[in-house]
Ligand binder design. Structure first.
Ligand SMILES: NC(=O)C1=CN([C@@H]2O[C@H](COP(=O)(O)OP(=O)(O)OC[C@H]3O[C@@H](n4cnc5c(N)ncnc54)[C@H](OP(=O)(O)O)[C@@H]3O)[C@@H](O)[C@H]2O)C=CC1
Ligand SMILES: CC(C)(CO)C(=O)C(=O)O
Length: 332
């Protein structure tokens, strides 16, 4: 059986790898000692919105990068700041038939991996939220299926992912998929600054107006930069800002799928601030700022979100109410 390595096994890695291992795949998890200890003490469990709650038998969680040497598929699940180190660590260790898939947010992770890795590196996109709930439990708190770059190289694994309840949708327009996911991720800093679960935050119009402002800016930059966004939601990406700004009562009725989120789910950026880690803001809102500079489009809302998260990373963290945040973001 082909061996699958999950490199950087935290929330996404433990969840995806856990689901694969639960259906008998040969999975090795590579990550930090603290998670290795947690999994050794409590075992690895995953749960989801549909009521699944599965304990994975015999988890192979290692801290040494050498664990990838036997893997024919390597799923990279570190945060974006760690990608250059991971590229350097993986490059000399990969089998000469290995395939690497980046399951990360942002636009550039696969590109960074390809700078060092000579084996094929494919882009992937995880639409759903996973929260590490402690004691080895990783919970999927929103819906959606993983999308991956079209390549025959993943054909041997498709039935395994299907069996694991993680069907892979193969796409030939991954640049558009990554851009559309980035538009949704523009909410990550807003959620992190709110200090609220996603569902509570998205239920409040003032926060949604913040997201809409960040998205409108990104859509304007994307138009000039020639970036199209794939349709990942029932509405086309360009209509979402309008939907976000409707009154709460209308939003609850017309956008119920956007609120189909576990009440505990938070953005991965909230998890980073909570753990005192550097966030991915430079790879999310920072990408809009960079593109704006390149194409001469002002991006004051995303500029401010980047600044506010940087302050929070430096220790100036506080919980922003929706009206306070909106006021700061829209102040000219
Ligand atoms: N969580 C979510 O709901 C979602 C996340 N994503 C994206 O998926 C990616 C992974 O996110 P997530 O799972 O939340 O991240 P996590 O921080 O939970 O997991 C990444 C793990 O990799 C570890 N790590 C970092 N560097 C290395 C290294 N060099 N070698 C081995 N392990 C390393 C980290 O340790 P340490 O903390 O010590 O650095 C951490 O334990 C991100 O790009 C994120 O944006 C996408 C969709 C949803
Ligand atoms: C799933 C989603 C959009 C949840 O916020 C995410 O990608 C993240 O938290 O990084």
């Amino acid at each position: 059986m082909p061996r699958i390595a999950v490199y950087g096994a935290g929330s996404i890695g433990c969840y995806v790898g856990g689901r694969l291992a639960a259906v008998g795949a040969d999975v090795v998890f590579v990550g930090r000692q603290r998670i290795a200890d947690e999994v050794r003490e409590h075992g690895l469990r995953f749960s989801d919105l549909d009521g699944a709650d599965v304990r994975v038998a015999a988890v192979d969680y290692r801290t040494d990068p050498d664990a990838v040497v036997d893997a024919s598929l390597v799923l990279v699940t570190v945060k974006s700041s760690a990608t250059p180190d991971v590229a350097a660590a993986l490059a000399p260790l990969l089998r000469n038939d290995a395939v690497v898939v980046s399951l990360q947010n942002g636009l550039s992770n696969a590109v960074v991996l390809r700078e060092k890795i000579t084996r094929p590196v494919l882009t992937g996109m995880v639409p759903f939220n996973v929260v590490a709930q402690g004691e080895g439990l990783f919970h999927q708190g929103s819906e959606g299926g993983i999308e991956v770059e079209d390549s025959g190289l993943l054909a041997p694994y498709l039935s395994l992912f299907d069996a694991a309840g993680l069907p892979l949708t193969v796409r030939s327009d991954m640049d558009a998929v990554l851009w559309a996911k980035l538009l949704l991720n523009l909410n990550n800093p807003i959620n992190a600054l709110s200090g609220l679960p996603l569902k509570t935050e998205l239920s409040q119009r003032s926060y949604r107006r913040c997201i809409a402002a960040a998205q409108r800016e990104a859509l304007a930059v994307g138009k000039v930069a020639g970036r199209t966004a794939a349709r990942l939601t029932p509405l086309p990406p360009a209509w979402i800002p309008r939907l976000l700004t409707v009154p709460d009562i209308v939003f609850r009725n017309v956008a119920s799928s956007m609120l189909a989120i576990d009440p505990l789910a938070r953005s991965s950026m909230w998890e980073d601030l909570e753990a005192g880690r550097v966030t991915e803001v430079d790879w999310i809102n920072g990408e809009v700022v960079r593109l704006g500079r390149e194409y001469g489009v002002a991006t004051p809302v995303n500029d401010r979100l980047v600044e506010l998260i940087r302050d929070a990373e430096r220790g100036g963290r506080r919980n922003w109410s929706g009206p306070e945040l909106l006021d700061v973001l829209l102040r000219r």
